[in-house]
Every structure is written in structure tokens, then in C-alpha cells.
Design a protein around this ligand. Structure first.
Ligand code: PEP
Length: 253
């Protein structure tokens, strides 16, 4: 379902630093983002940083028009879960966002769609906005199974209902486009975003924002953002360079 922007959903450009950074590198990156944040215009800017750097992000971004979050969250509130980080702990660091079900976690850590939905619930319970990632592999796409796979990934999320859906963000990230330099064409991306939008609409949550992710750069951002159901971007590699990330955000304008 394509929607016009007569009732616009606010655009969101979110960086996913993955396991990159150091105190020194982050200081330069965050400083560059703060200095250039106005280039994003009406688009919201956010960065999802590694856990150890949440306090650094909190201090560097306090008072700036850039919010921050984490890349994963435990389903548990507390307890003997070595290595896990709870949603309440993220809230302690004023996180606004947490990624749930990034394809790297689904693939490398065996996260099921049911677990991803439970993580989204945990995030919502602590007042965070989960950014739930879905996407097909190249084999899925080549087999004509992209919508089927994404539909399966969405099912436990959609089952959470309209209220929960209205308090989250979805991200469509085709696995074959993440970190590969190969981006979905705007038409390919829009087709999946339209499918996701229709699925959300059936649950009464048509206004939930849907980000596109997968080798987004300043050079391809404007064409993606011109699509009616693409509400922004989840940006990996290009979010590590302040000027490139800000140029992506500026492409919304
Ligand atoms: C991501 O990590 O979510 C991502 C989209 O990475 P990249 O932009 O590097 O493809």
C-alpha cells in the first residue's frame, strides 16, 4: 500500500555503528554529527552505538538534535544472564532506540522471529522504541520467497497489535544489500515496503515508520527517500563518517 506524504510520517535516519569505534574515534564522529546536525532539516537523526559507548554518546549528544540507542537488548529484566543487557539498563543511559533482530544477530546468534518479538516487548516495557529489522537473503529472493520470508519474520511482531506497532519502527534490510555495496533499487525496496505497509495497515498501524537499510549512501539516498513507503534509513558503514551520514540525512530535504 503506497501512501502519499499528505500526512507525512517524520523521517528518521539512524546509524548502526555495529562493532566499530573507540573513545577517540567516537569523539570525532559525534562532534562532527553535532556540528552538522542542522543539515538534517526536519529528519530525525539517531545513532545506535556499542554498549560501552552509550555514556559517551549520552554526554556528547545531550542537548543536540540527535538521539541514541543500542544494537541489541535482552528479553530478561535481570538475573543470571551473563553478557546480557536489559532494556532498563539501556533506559538508564537515556537510550531512545534499540535495534531488534538485525540480520547479523539472526544469522550469527540464531535469533528467531519469536525472540526478536520478545526483545521488542522488553524494549517497549522500558519506554524504548524498538527498531525491528526484517529482510530476505539473496537465495530467498532468487527463489521468489522474499515476501514469504519477510511475512514469517513479521508475524510475531504483527501479533503484538496496533498499540505496540504504533510505538515501534520497522527496518527492511535485504541481507544481500547489507555491507555489500549492493543496494536494492528504489523500486525493489518500495515493493517490499509497500508489502510491509499493507501488513501494518491490516493491524491498524499504517503509520508505523519503515526504514530501508542496505548500503545506503549519500549517492543513492534521495532516490530511496522518494519512494512513498520509505520513511528513512538504517545506515551501517556510511554512518561512521559524519559528513556522509549527514549528507544522507540532507537527501531527505
Ligand atoms: C546495517 O548494518 O544495518 C546496514 C544497513 O549496513 P550497511 O549500510 O553497511 O549496508
Amino acid at each position: 500500500m503506497s501512501q502519499t506524504r499528505s500526512q507525512p510520517r517524520s523521517r528518521l535516519i539512524m546509524g548502526n555503528w555495529k562493532m566499530h569505534g573507540s573513545l577517540a574515534d567516537n569523539a570525532a564522529l559525534l562532534g562532527g554529527l553535532v556540528a552538522g546536525a542542522q543539515r538534517a532539516g526536519d529528519a530525525q537523526l539517531a545513532v545506535c552505538v556499542p554498549f560501552p559507548y552509550l555514556e559517551q554518546a549520552r554526554q556528547a549528544l545531550a542537548g543536540a538534535a540527535i538521539t541514541w540507542g543500542a544494537q541489541d537488548v535482552s528479553v530478561h529484566d535481570r538475573g543470571a544472564y551473563t553478557g546480557e543487557v536489559s532494556a532498563a539498563m539501556l533506559a538508564d543511559f537515556a537510550c531512545a532506540w534499540v535495534l531488534c533482530g538485525h540480520s547479523e544477530r539472526r544469522a550469527m546468534h540464531g535469533e528467531s522471529s519469536a525472540l526478536v518479538a520478545a526483545k521488542a516487548v522488553a524494549a517497549l516495557g522500558a519506554g524504548l522504541t524498538p527498531v525491528v529489522c526484517v529482510g530476505e537473503t539473496l537465495a530467498d529472493r532468487d527463489a521468489g520467497q522474499a515476501e514469504c520470508v519477510i511475512g514469517d519474520q513479521l508475524d510475531p511482531i504483527l501479533a503484538l497489535g496496533a498499540d505496540a506497532l504504533s510505538r515501534m519502527v520497522l527496518a527492511y534490510e535485504p541481507v544481500w544489500a547489507i555491507g555489500t555495496g549492493r543496494t536494492a533499487t528504489p523500486e525493489q525496496a518500495q515493493a517490499v515496503h509497500g508489502f510491509i505497509r499493507a501488513s501494518l495497515a491490516q493491524q491498524g498501524a499504517a503509520q508505523t515508520r519503515i526504514l530501508y537499510g542496505g548500503s545506503v549512501k549519500a549517492a543513492n539516498a534521495a532516490a530511496l527517500f522518494a519512494q512513498p513507503d520509505i520513511d528513512g534509513a538504517l545506515v551501517g558503514g556510511a554512518s561512521l563518517v559524519a559528513d556522509e551520514f549527514l549528507n544522507i540525512a540532507a537527501a531527505v530535504a
